[in-house]
Design a protein around this ligand. Sequence first.
Ligand code: SPV
Ligand code: MG
Length: 433
Amino acid sequence: MDRKKVYLCFSTDIIHGGHIALIRRAQELGDLIIGVLSDEAVAGYKRFPLVPASERRLMFENIAGVTRVVEQKTLSYRDVLMELRPDFVVHGDNWVHGFQEPIRAEVIEVLSLWGGKLVEFPYSSDDKYRELDRRQRAELAMPDLRRGRLKRLLDMKGFVTAMEAHDGLTGLIVENTAVHENGGARQFDAMWLSSLCDSTARGKPDIELVDMTSRFRTLDDIMEVTTKPIIFDGDTGGLTEHFVYTVRSLERMGVSMVIIEDKTGLKKNSLFGTEVVQTQDSIEHFSEKIRAGCRARRTKDFMICARIESLILEKGQEDALRRAEAFVQAGADSIMIHSRRKDPQEIMDFLEAFRKKDPTTPVVLVPTSFNSVKEEEWKQRGANIVIYANQLMRAAVPAVQRAAETILTHHRAEECDRDLMPFKDIIRLIPEE
Ligand code: SPV
Ligand code: MG
């Protein structure tokens, strides 16, 4: 009559023997309620879920003896435990140490409010389960899955961060860097393939001199070793007749979004602003390029973003807003507004005015100059994607220059060694098949 209530939460995409064994042991303790971690929480702490929460729920609902399945929205168990008030929470013992320690401590604290207990079973880390996980990760790199992930992330979280990568190694750094915060892990959601950094890495100016075939080579190097969605800097998109081919190629490769800017003629980097001659394209011509790109693509997953250069070229807010509206009308899935001022005010003013007219079209920001505002505030103000466009390269260049100068100064490498990472640590960044 007074059977105990047991709670067990899963984030897995597939159910294997190890999970079933854990479920059976949990069932011995009482009536089992299974929690399915939300897509957003899984993406935040582990990797993007291959199977959405709605289907993961179905999977568990069909296991004999599971009394109920609920969604656990956050990594923290607090809300779900307060609602269910279980007698036991069951978990593998793999969270006793490591970044999930605070989540575990909170579970024990919340359960103590009504005398509940945490029961931990040894975590099974069988080789065949590790192999399954490896295969699932590989699946995430396939173009069809990868392309749609930016849209899915935007739907899921409403706000996405992207970090610049300009070769396989920086791609791996963006893919794998994580910091732990409140029992979860913070990672970048996506990657930005910057024209500036791709050109600079080749010792070339950012004037559309590095041709698309070379840019695709960089893209392929990055895609080969990573799984996160990619936003490709398409510069001006070139001639409309060429842009349609670029769209097809990027889409086929599994890129999620191309951003093209409304400039024409010899493109210079926006950070030069009006110090160099730069010509803005007409609304009509650029709209036609967007329309042609939209007609060329084959899937709804691939996004075309129109980048507005009015603030960079000091044409004012009215011009920027008129263009935003026209480009969305032409079919742009998203817009990017850029500024090279330190003061974020003109971007904030744009966001406020744009959101009054258009509450839904995703807005992309590249806060290189206006870098004082935190992501959460941009989200509150209506932005959806923040791109850190060049910081990894700017971190590397001074370090590399310093090493070269130190060796020249001392006629040997010993003095420079303390600033260097041992190669065995660098190799650890590179996964083995
Ligand atoms: C890039 O990273 O190449 C960009 C962003 O286009 S910016 O350099 O700010 O123009
Ligand atoms: Mg660029």
